[in-house]
Design a protein around this ligand. Structure first.
Ligand SMILES: [Zn+2]
Length: 237
């Protein structure tokens, strides 16, 4: 009996040890089997936490990406050069898109009837000419590209290369040509009131973030081709 007891006492710790050993090896096995799932689970939880705690840079990022999709450079949109066969000379040194000619000439005539004398300062400009304007003027004025771009488009990014843009002046106040002061002329006041009738629109108003206000620069939107060309620009907030 005592011997049995001794055996029992001896057995118990053995059994316990075996049991403990067994349970250890089982939980390690379990751990090994479930570790990939656990890893996935915790990764998922961590990802959710990161997503929820990250404030809004992600939405800003998307917004910036969207802005970049229109391929703007220094705030200017890219424009193709008009095919030569669509260009017409309306007076010495002034060529425009054939679709815009009639409307532009009608607008000038109507203005004249109201005692306003519009001058055509610049119509179509080739990408080569725009290249000279942008780079030569930039260096003369010792301005960096971004500063220069506020008043002149980089080559390939000017509305003038489409043939649908025209710079206008007031024949009675030539000192305001290409100047912000043009907005104080009778010609500008007349244009603000009447240009839309002839499908002309001011391209760069005072709200433009990148490009300085250009009261003399108007673009034609009276044809589907022109509207397609300026679609991106018109989508701006
Ligand atoms: Zn212009």
């Amino acid at each position: 009996m005592q011997q049995n007891k001794e055996i029992d006492q001896f057995d118990i710790p053995l059994a316990k040890r075996t049991h403990l050993n067994n349970s250890n090896s089982i939980s390690i096995k379990k751990l090994l089997i479930f570790s990939p799932f656990l890893f996935l689970f915790f990764s998922f939880v961590a990802l959710q936490l990161i997503r929820n705690t990250e404030p809004r840079p992600s939405s800003n990022f998307n917004f910036q990406n969207e802005k970049n999709l229109d391929h703007r450079i220094l705030g200017h949109l890219p424009y193709n050069e008009i095919p030569k066969e669509k260009l017409v000379l309306i007076e010495p040194n002034i060529e425009v898109h054939i679709d815009m000619r009639d409307s532009l000439l009608m607008m000038r005539n109507e203005a004249k009837r109201d005692g306003i004398y519009l001058v055509f300062l610049s119509g179509y400009r080739s990408i080569n000419l725009q290249n000279d304007i942008f780079y030569s003027l930039k260096s003369i004025r010792n301005q960096e590209a971004a500063e220069r771009a506020r008043v002149s488009a980089p080559p390939g990014y000017s509305e003038h290369s489409t043939g649908f843009a025209i710079d206008l002046g007031d024949a009675t106040q030539r000192e305001t040509d290409f100047e912000t002061e043009f907005e104080n002329t009778d010609a500008f006041r007349w244009l603000k009131k009447n240009a839309a009738k002839f499908h002309f629109k001011l391209s760069f108003d005072k709200n433009n973030k990148y490009i300085d206000y250009e009261p003399w620069h108007w673009r034609y939107e009276g044809s589907i081709d022109a509207l397609k060309i300026f679609e991106t620009s018109n989508r701006e907030p």
